[in-house]
Each structure stands twice: as structure tokens, then as C-alpha cells.
Ligand binder design. Structure first.
Ligand code: HSE
Length: 433
């Protein structure tokens, strides 16, 4: 059986899992690939203690993998932007195929990397970068190839979802984050998880594969979960909604919505039931309707599962010396067209608002007048009499879907009222229609 030789850069959480699964399921995997996948070189700065390398040559310089002429596929699992970019471009220049789990790299430098790879005729595969073990890139690029994809919405950061899930039981944010780090879910820099950057990387990649547009991470709107309070989380529940951190990409005639932010989702909708480190992506296609991809979004062997699926794809192509390849972003280069990414004030959403009002006659009427003057319809409203304190009382409401510009204007007018104290809390809401 033909051998395809693999060089792995980075033996941390995902690299370690990749070695373990490749070994454990070797016969199964080679049966699927039609060739033997053999690790012939590794390079890592810090190796997981439980991974035995035997006689596989190993060094601390990841560029040794590029320099090894035997290596057919370089697996980039070092993460980060700069060295990873240099490494992947060097591997491409050396005629090697690349498999990566690095969403930051693809979201930010993907256009450059795919152009270089196309010129060299090599594959760059990145399934493991988006939603860990869920094969969502394959679903979008291949399984849904018949569809005009209208929108997709995903819980695409396991750490963030883990934190939000645990916060519902009243556990403090920092304690849960430390636990997610210990479990190997969080990024090396967990601010990427908490501030939404990691989710924006993944959303950018999915949007490009879904809509056939260049990667435009810098235009994605990104808001994290750090400012969410248990108070709003529990009041959203009282309204029948659960707070999730969503990435939403929607294709409209006038442009593309590309946004990551905390979002209220109906508690009884499947997306409201996705808890812990699990991820889920709901995709709306014109032919198929809605399909949901659900599973582990992070973790060692779960992410290795996607790395190895890409290795099998690439190995099939190497073993067969085949030119039949799926385009990098699912669309042939001539079909990738630029489309405007919409500014946030043009997006459409429903909104949860919490207003800290002084308990005086007419306050509710003023709030309602501002909303109606701005063309905003109220879906539900509650005034928490039980939480009256020092003459102040919270007013919580949910609006129908409106343009973000309208809500911004209404919030500014409410905050200018003498009867309203501080800033109005706003969380977007989604009904997946
Ligand atoms: N830090 C990421 C997460 C890992 O928590 O989802 C998988 O990309």
C-alpha cells in the first residue's frame, strides 16, 4: 500500500490527540484513505507528556518539517498568526499540502494562503479550525453545494458556551474560565474566546465558504460575553429566552451581515439547548431548508477527528495523483465575488432592553412613546416591582425585529431621559426565521 508521509508541527492538545487517534485507528483510516498515513517527522516546543514518539525524528524547530523532502503533508497545529503564516507559506512553496486547525490563520491570512496554494497546486485544508469535531466545512462546501445559502447561525466557541452554561447555575465567570482552560478547551490566549475573536474567525471562514466571498475578518462585528450579567441571563429566561453567544452571517441583496455577539434564542429552540462545550451551526439553504450540525466544538480527540478527516482527503488525492479537488472555499476562484459587509446599524434583529428607571408616573409611557416614535414594536414588557430599590425599578422589554439604527436612536433618547439612570442594557435576539 502506498505511503503518504505526514509531518506534524505542534504536539499540544490537538497534536497529541491526532497522534493518538492516527495510531489507534490506523487500519480503519488507511482503509478509507487507500494508502497508509505515516507520521515521519514532528516538531514541537512543548510535547504532551503522554505521547510516545518512538523513533519518529523530532525537533523544536517547526521549519525542520518544511525542510524534510520526504514530508507530503504538513500539519500546522502551532496556532497564532505570524510564525504559522510563515510556516504554511514555506510549506506551500516547498510543494507540500497543508492541514491546519488554525482558524485565526485562515480568517486573517487565508486569501493570501489560498492564492499561493492555488499557484503551487497544493491543498490547504482547515476543517479542524471551525467548530472542532463537527464536519461543518465539508457540509457547507460539499453537502450543501446545491443551495443558495441564505444565512447561518452558530454557537461556535466551546469555551464561551461552557461559561454561559455554568453561569446559569450562578458560578462565577473566572472560576469557570479557569476550568475550561484546564480541560483544554480555551485558546492559549483565552481573551480570544471571551471577547468573541475566536468565534469571529470561525464565522468569517464559514461565511466565505457559504456565500463565495473573500475572507473579511476585519469587517466582522465582534462583541464578547464578558459584560453579560447573571441578572440579564435570568431575566431573559423569564421571557422564555436563553442567552447564547452566536455568530450570524446572512446574505442579503444589499450585502452580508457578519456579526458575533450575545444573543437571546428561544429556550425551546434546539439552539437554546446546546450546552457546555458543544457547538451547533444552523444553516438555512433555499433547497434543503434548515439543517443543524451539532457536536463537540473543542477538545483533543474531537478536534483531531477533523484534522484526520482532512488528512484522509488530502492523502486520497496524493495517493491517486488526482486533480479532482474541492476548491479552497468551495467556489472556483472565478466565482468568488466581493459583496459589501453591512455596517452594524444596517443589520436587522430583535432586542432585549433593560432600562433602570426612576419609579415615577409616566416613565413607562415615555419609554413606549420613544419606541413607537422610532417605529419599534414591543413584543413583551415587564416592570420588576419586586426589585424596586432606592426609588429605581428595572423595566425589561423585548422588541420585534427592527433595524439596529432604530434601536440605537431609541436607546440614545431613553438614556437622555431624566427618568432613566445609566446606560440601557441591550442584547440582540434571534428567532431563526
Ligand atoms: N477555544 C476554542 C473553543 C477551541 O473554545 O471553541 C476550538 O476552536
Amino acid at each position: 500500500m502506498k505511503q503518504v508521509k505526514i509531518g506534524i508541527c505542534g504536539l499540544g492538545t490537538v497534536g497529541g490527540g491526532t497522534v493518538q487517534v492516527l495510531r489507534r485507528n490506523a487500519a480503519l483510516i488507511s482503509g478509507r484513505a487507500g494508502c497508509e498515513l505515516t507520521i515521519t517527522r514532528v516538531a514541537t516546543r512543548s510535547k504532551r507528556g503522554d505521547i510516545e514518539l518512538g523513533d519518529i525524528p523530532s525537533s523544536t524547530d517547526v521549519f525542520d518539517v518544511v525542510r524534510d523532502p520526504e514530508v507530503d503533508i504538513l500539519v500546522e497545529l502551532i496556532g497564532g498568526y505570524d510564525t504559522a503564516r510563515e510556516l504554511v507559506l514555506a510549506a506551500i512553496a516547498a510543494g507540500k499540502h497543508v492541514v491546519t486547525a488554525n482558524k485565526a490563520l485562515i480568517a486573517v491570512h487565508g486569501n493570501e494562503i489560498f492564492a499561493a496554494a492555488a499557484q503551487k497546486g497544493v491543498i490547504v485544508a482547515y476543517e479542524a479550525g471551525v467548530a472542532g469535531g463537527i464536519p461543518v466545512i465539508k457540509a457547507i462546501r460539499e453537502g450543501l453545494a446545491a443551495n443558495r445559502i441564505n444565512w447561518l447561525a452558530g454557537i461556535i466557541n466551546g469555551t464561551g458556551n461552557y461559561i454561559l452554561t455554568e453561569m446559569r447555575t450562578g458560578r462565577p465567570f473566572d472560576e469557570v474560565l479557569a476550568e475550561a482552560q484546564a480541560l483544554g478547551y480555551a485558546e492559549a490566549d483565552p481573551t480570544f474566546d471571551v471577547e468573541g475573536t475566536d468565534a469571529a474567525h470561525k464565522l468569517t471562514i464559514m461565511a466565505s465558504a457559504a456565500f463565495g466571498v473573500p475572507l473579511q475578518f476585519e469587517r466582522a462585528y465582534t462583541e464578547g460575553i464578558r459584560d453579560l450579567t447573571p441578572y440579564d441571563i435570568s431575566h431573559a429566561e423569564a421571557l422564555g429566552y436563553r442567552v447564547k453567544h452566536l455568530g450570524i452571517a446572512r446574505q442579503r441583496e444589499d450585502g452580508i451581515e457578519l456579526r458575533v455577539h450575545p444573543t437571546l434564542v428561544p429556550v425551546n429552540h434546539m439552539m437554546g439547548k446546546v450546552d457546555g462545550v458543544l457547538n451547533a451551526i444552523l444553516v438555512d439553504g433555499d433547497a434543503v431548508g434548515q439543517t443543524l450540525y451539532h457536536g463537540p466544538g473543542a477538545g483533543s480527540e474531537a478536534t483531531a477527528s477533523s484534522v484526520i478527516a482532512d488528512l484522509v482527503d488530502v492523502a486520497r488525492s496524493v495517493a491517486a495523483s488526482s486533480n479532482q479537488r474541492v476548491p479552497y472555499l468551495g467556489f472556483g476562484p472565478e466565482a468568488v465575488t466581493d459583496h459589501r459587509i453591512l455596517p452594524m446599524d444596517e443589520i436587522r434583529s430583535a432586542y432585549y432592553l433593560r432600562i433602570q428607571a426612576f419609579d415615577r408616573p409616566g416613565v413607562l409611557a415615555k419609554v413606549a412613546t420613544i419606541l413607537s416614535d422610532n417605529g419599534i414594536n414591543i413584543e413583551s414588557i415587564m416592570q420588576k416591582e419586586s426589585e424596586f430599590q432606592d426609588g429605581r425599578i428595572p423595566v425589561i422589554l423585548l422588541t420585534h425585529t427592527v433595524q439596529e439604527r432604530q434601536i440605537n436612536q431609541a436607546i440614545a433618547q431613553m438614556e437622555a431621559l431624566e427618568d432613566v439612570e445609566g446606560n440601557v442594557v441591550r442584547i440582540r435576539a434571534e428567532n431563526f426565521l
